[in-house]
Design a binder for this molecule. Structure first.
Ligand code: UT7
Length: 331
């Protein structure tokens, strides 16, 4: 069977930097509260209205293609992970496909929030292994800044999120010993309402009302403590699962690229697994939580720093759904 590899990774973040102090001008919060609880100092927001996740994805994909030494003509499928799609429908993958100028190839949207990139990677892995497709762009991109509430009511959520995009070109590994070694996916819908946006809701007539808007039900609602508890349990669990699947040990891991929801979560997870901090990628301080984009952004920065070369890389994510996932990749 063919083995899939991340042939190139890229990312793009908007140029507008929003610091914790900037947010403190909009609502009652402080740099100290945000940094101590989450490790975030600043995040990027789109420069103006009208910039969608698929727009951020374009330069991320171009960089991934360039690093892979491929062109858009080589791409035969797109998988787009996002929780903040350009529109309710069609999927962001279709908008991205149009912007990349590659009509006709399939464009699949994945709705698995913080685990979305790894869910997409799992699909791409299977498509390459079976020969269904040869070169798949797997994208994670989010525009959160237009969908959170910069008020006291929304501050526990709105200080955490940022806008950004990351992408990987997944194709056939030239070296059979390198590539995606394992990907494992999980979900537990019992936690669905611990992090969700209740409105608009298809089962509600009408889907959204003035009362729902007044209540702020179109903004994310989060039971932060509960999500935190699950994350620190499930991320080490799925990391051990992918290691067991491949027969590798923690000592074999050169780099850990976790989802970036909270620096404290990642320090806890790395500690539980026995991974020293110098092997852990942290960029939440600069970008906040970019949900489906955090892992490809982390990979892309690591690529630029030369940290992926011949490296065995562990990744893990946990988030809304609940969904969680892990991956082991040898570059
Ligand atoms: O990728 C998506 C997955 N999401 C996560 O993984 C998030 C997981 N959870 C967390 O990271 C943490 O729960 C948070 C960082 C979100 C919050 O930390 P916490 O220690 O759980 O704080 P809390 O929500 O219990 O709030 C503590 C206090 C409250 O005040 P009282 O009730 O103690 O008086 C909040 O009202 O902090 C207050 N608070 C704030 N104060 C200043 C909440 N948000 C803010 C804020 N600035 N932005």
């Amino acid at each position: 069977m063919r083995r899939a590899q991340l042939l190139g990774v890229g990312h793009y973040v908007p140029t507008k930097i929003v610091t914790n102090d900037d947010l403190a001008k909009l609502m009652p919060t402080t740099d100290e509260w945000i940094f101590q609880r989450s490790g975030i100092k600043e995040r990027r927001f789109i420069e103006h209205s009208g910039i969608a996740p698929s727009d951020l994805a374009v330069p991320a994909c171009q960089q991934a293609l360039e690093r892979a030494g491929r062109s858009i003509e080589d791409v035969d499928a797109i998988i787009f992970a996002t929780l903040s799609p350009d529109a309710d429908f069609p999927g962001s993958g279709c908008f991205l496909q149009r912007k990349l100028g590659r009509p006709g190839i399939p464009a699949l949207d994945v709705r698995n929030q913080c685990s979305g990139f790894l869910y997409g990677l799992s699909i791409a892995n299977a498509w390459v292994q079976t020969g269904a497709y040869d070169n798949i762009l797997v994208v994670g991109a989010e525009v959160h800044s237009t969908g959170v509430e910069f008020t006291e009511r929304g501050r526990a959520v709105s200080v955490l999120f940022g806008d950004g995009a990351g992408a990987a070109l997944v194709g056939v590994s030239e070296d059979p010993n390198k590539g995606i070694l394992s990907v494992k996916l999980h979900a537990d819908g019992r936690g669905a309402e611990d992090l969700w946006i209740p409105a608009p809701m298809s089962g509600h007539t009408p889907r959204i009302t003035h009362e729902m808007l007044d209540e702020g039900l179109h903004y994310p609602q989060m039971n932060g403590k509960q999500v935190f508890r699950w994350a620190v349990e499930k991320m080490p669990e799925v990391a051990r699962e992918v290691l067991a699947d491949t027969g590798l040990a923690i000592e074999d891991i050169d780099l850990f690229v976790p989802h970036q929801a909270n620096k404290r979560i990642n320090q806890f997870v790395a500690g539980a697994l026995g991974i020293p901090d110098e092997k852990v990628v942290h960029n939440i301080e600069r970008f906040g939580n970019t949900t489906a984009a955090t892992i490809p952004i982390g990979l892309s920065e690591s690529w630029a720093e030369g940290r992926l070369k011949d490296a065995t890389v562990l990744s893990a994510a946990f988030g809304s759904g609940y969904t969680w996932a892990g991956a082991l990749i040898r570059f």
